[in-house]
Design a protein around this ligand. Structure first.
Ligand code: FES
Length: 600
């Protein structure tokens, strides 16, 4: 390619047709009807930026810039881009950055998940539209990595990921604290009256003391670890702090590797196989990863035409049964991502998990995972050092199934619970009387009402926060403990919803009930106060103790009442209209049906 383009005059030779499989700047020409003129015009415009013909003859590595003033998790992106460019140039490529949508958890209403599919469309279409040979995807905050990977798989140009990296922990009264497990813990203490308003304000200053993603095993850290397991990111790429020099060296390495994946033609639909995804699920279970990652992984899998049918929600549960949880990080454990990094990070974890991994899976290094592990110098970190948080394979923190899939008449298509994050393990086998909230507004209105009829044995049910019921499926599944019970020291209850929960949160919380309450046929949508709900995690069961006949009668009654609502949804305009008409259920990843590999 480079030799070809170093003779620019041939680009204007009308007797020589431009090759249909052109690369670099010559690929994907804008349509002016005359291909030579289209290339002539493109080169005229890009020279306005000062590029020489030599520079324009190189493999073009596009860098997706997700910097945004509204995204503190991505505050270091400009420095990372400079380091990636250095790596690309060291290998003889030309790096060109371009922007896409950027999403931060706290700055997207109604919730960042509402916009994940939009970001994936933006990423896919801009990768396809612009003349690049490979793409470096710089993401980090929760929805950005899945959105980028979904888009990149669909675009199917060689891609490599770089995450912004986790933030450092802060400190309060001599105790380390960090976003966002400690945001929630301390807010719960404040609600219960354990700490006062001055103290909660002081804590607020220390929860996010540096740029970077949440410093626990939340969704961002989970997705970063998954990227390494998928073979799409350097081995140390998941855990190096956002503000470290290591993060910049990883960025430089990423730039170098990006040129290599062009030479090796490592398109994501070729690099990623069923085995790559099985490795990702093994890691997800071993880190006690975020429940959100289950939804994202299924959306990612369903973008891949050759893998979509081979990986389902049940695959995640099955792998969990044989995978020990080894990483002691909040919210399931006690430590922070800096501890994970200092314990050897993903390199150390993969070495522990080696007996389970599919070592023939390919990586962006152009080697298999097994070859990569064999060729990488790795010295285990002594286990007795303070903060060491990776358990040996045979001495796990939690024996297996950190994430469990439940089924039953309440969730025929499945629901997910992070069993390892339960604060009261007795609740993993529990039946109780339902206290039902119709939606988030109803919850906010009544949860702290002193007259609410609720006990510690009740099952709190929150309906209508699923993909359609509350577009974006907000992270409202962490239903707060009613204040009158929290004040008595109750810290956990069985809670069930069709929504999501932050990966940084914990408790005995069943999420992603499918079909969601807003689906006219949903049994979850017809649960009433006083119904008995039984959950048995060991047996994977989630049951509404009602006869099939009674459930059906309630559903039919509801269908009669719901007709008007469906018509309203169909006539909603804009992105919300597109979302409501095409979004899928959680058990398939909540992607838009026309974006999946099989199409609508
Ligand atoms: Fe960005 Fe937590 S808010 S990773």
């Amino acid at each position: 390619m480079a030799d070809n383009l170093r003779q620019p005059l041939t680009d204007y030779d009308l007797s020589q047709p431009l090759p249909p499989d052109a690369s670099g700047l010559r690929q994907g020409l804008s349509s002016y009807g005359d291909a030579h003129f289209s290339l002539f015009l493109r080169k005229a415009f890009i020279k306005a930026l000062g590029y020489s013909d030599d520079a324009l003859s190189r493999p073009i590595i596009a860098i997706v810039n997700t910097y945004s003033g509204f995204n503190p998790c991505h505050a270091n992106v400009p420095q990372l881009i400079e380091a990636v460019k250095r790596g690309v140039q060291l290998q003889g490529g030309l790096a060109i950055e371009f922007p896409t949508i950027s999403l931060h958890e706290s700055f997207a209403t109604p919730t960042s998940m509402f916009l994940r599919n939009l970001m994936s469309m933006d990423t896919e279409e801009m990768i396809k539209a612009q003349p690049c040979d490979a793409v470096v995807l710089i993401g980090g905050c929760d929805k950005t990595v899945p959105a980028q990977l979904m888009g990149a798989i669909s675009a199917n140009k060689p891609c490599i990921h770089l995450v912004t990296g986790p933030m450092m922990p802060g400190s309060h009264n001599g105790t380390r604290i960090g976003a966002c497990t400690d945001c929630r813990n301390n807010w719960a203490r404040y609600r219960a009256g354990t700490i006062d308003i001055e103290e909660i304000a002081t804590i607020n200053d220390e929860l996010a003391p540096t740029s970077g993603t949440c410093g626990v095993m939340g969704t961002a850290s989970t997705m970063a670890c998954i990227l390494v397991a998928l073979g799409l990111m350097p081995l140390k790429g998941a855990s190096a702090p956002a503000v470290s020099s290591a993060r910049l060296r990883i960025s430089e390495e990423t730039g170098k590797l990006a040129v290599g994946i062009v030479k090796n033609e490592l398109k994501p639909q070729k690099l990623l196989t069923r085995e790559s995804f099985l490795n990702a699920i093994i890691v997800l279970q071993a880190i006690g990863g975020s429940t959100n990652a289950v939804v994202h992984l299924l959306a990612i899998v369903n973008r891949h035409p050759d893998v979509a049918a081979a990986i389902t929600l049940d695959t995640i549960d099955e792998i969990g049964k044989h995978t020990p949880m080894l990483v002691d990080l909040k919210p399931s454990g006690d430590n922070y991502m800096t501890d994970f990094h200092n314990s050897g990070g993903m390199q150390a974890l993969l070495y522990e998990l080696r007996p389970l991994l599919y070592l023939d899976a390919t990586t962006v290094y152009g080697k298999t995972l097994g070859e990569l592990m064999d060729s990488t110098a790795f010295r285990p970190v002594p286990r007795n050092l303070p903060g060491h948080c990776i358990h040996p394979f045979y001495e796990p923190l939690y024996p297996c199934s950190s994430l469990v899939v439940l089924r039953g008449n309440l969730a025929p298509n499945g629901a997910v619970i992070k069993a390892s994050a339960s604060k009261d393990r007795r609740l993993l086998q529990h039946s109780g009387s339902a206290v039902v909230f119709a939606d988030s507004a109803d919850l906010a209105r009544r949860i702290d009402d002193p007259s609410l009829e609720v006990t510690a044995e009740s099952v709190l049910v929150l309906q209508n926060i699923g993909p359609i019921g509350n577009p974006g499926m907000p992270e409202a599944g962490l239903i707060p403990i009613p204040r009158k019970l929290a004040a008595r020291g109750i810290q956990d209850m069985l809670r069930i919803s069709d929504g999501r929960m932050s990966g940084t949160a914990g408790g005995t919380i069943v999420l992603h009930v499918s079909p969601e309450a807003a689906d006219a046929e949903s049994a979850f949508g017809v649960v009433k106060d006083g119904d008995t709900i039984a959950c048995n995690v060991a047996e994977r069961r989630l049951e509404l103790r009602l006869s099939k006949k009674e459930i059906q009668e309630r559903i039919q009654e509801r269908i009669r009442q719901d007709r008007a609502r469906k018509v309203t949804q169909i006539h909603t305009r804009g992105y919300l209209g597109l979302y409501l008409q095409t979004v899928g259920q959680a058990h398939e990843g909540a992607d838009f049906n026309f974006l999946t590999a099989k199409g609508s």
